[in-house]
Design a protein around this ligand. Structure first.
Ligand code: ADP
Ligand code: MG
Length: 173
């Protein structure tokens, strides 16, 4: 397994901007597997990826329809497995067609069907940073796996959105 790359965002706009860079750098067949609790920012990141792919219009979470398709520089398949009981049910969706095509797949709640996805996929875990004293809504994004061209983008992003340790220092002042 590759090294995990982490970054931190302070606002939904920053999370979208991270997505936009990933979308701009994406190549045919890239698969983004998103995990993390409700409200962590999976759809927010996907909206950025869509913008980076040149998709026009607003990308909503496809929770009720499971899968939506958007057209940009490449086709974006946006999947939400929140309602899936397990991999068998997800397999029945016929996801393999999207996963092996030359579009881009973004899968929210991908951990519900982890074994369906190729080993070259990029896993993205979003977590609440949990600094209760602050009114800044931080999220930590952790990336593992993925193709070299996306990891190159991520190395740059992790420098632009570093995990901020100053919070600890501020508390001591
Ligand atoms: P999910 O798809 O993981 O359930 P959403 O992207 O739909 O989550 O919702 C994330 C919510 O958190 C949005 O209301 C967004 O405005 C808010 N938010 C606050 N701070 C951030 C941040 N740093 N990154 C992403 N979303 C954030
Ligand atoms: Mg969502």
């Amino acid at each position: 397994m590759t090294k995990t790359i982490q970054l931190s965002t302070k606002t939904p706009e920053e999370t979208q901007a991270v997505g936009r860079s990933l979308g701009a750098g994406a190549r045919p067949g890239d698969i983004f597997l998103l995990t993390g609790p409700l409200g962590a920012g999976k759809t927010c990141l996907t909206q950025g990826i869509a913008k980076g792919l040149g998709v026009e219009g607003y990308v909503r979470s496809p929770t009720f329809v499971i899968m939506t398709r958007h057209h940009g520089r490449l086709t974006l398949h946006h999947v939400d497995l929140y309602r899936m009981a397990g991999p068998e049910e997800a397999w029945d969706l016929g996801l393999d067609e999207q996963l092996s095509g030359d579009g881009i797949c973004v899968v929210e709640w991908a951990d519900r069907a982890a074994e369906l996805f190729p080993g070259s996929s990029l896993w993205v875990d979003l977590a609440y940073r949990g600094d209760e004293d602050s009114d800044v809504d931080r999220r930590t994004l952790s990336f593992s796996g993925g193709q070299p061209h996306l990891r190159a983008v991520l190395e740059e992003l992790s420098a632009a959105y570093p995990i901020d340790n100053r919070l600890e220092l501020e508390k001591d002042v």
